[in-house]
Design a binder for this molecule. Sequence first.
Ligand SMILES: [Zn+2]
Length: 112
Amino acid sequence: MTLIDFSREDIIRAEKEGNHEVYTFIIFLKELVDHGYLDHPTEIGVAKYIISNGTESLTRSQRKVLKEQIMKKFPQNDCELCGEPIPYDELLESYDNGGYCSRCKHNLDKED
Ligand SMILES: [Zn+2]
């Protein structure tokens, strides 16, 4: 994944527009923090910082935590069925459902 650079203003705009790459990434980080997926205090600190301030103003060491710890632990996979990259706000769910995006999972469930 290429690390997207976004500012606080981008987050505000993304939240207004919804269904946006920045927006889904923030939702993902909030899920990681809220559901205890991150156990290192530095990772939690960096995630919380990005949720309110974006990635643009991260220091070099914070960026390293994001890239080499958080993103490595939670890689963005392609859907097992349609091959599309799984959006960040569906990523945690996909780890548990066999690696499907929400649309494919929905269709698979309907066939049962
Ligand atoms: Zn799919």
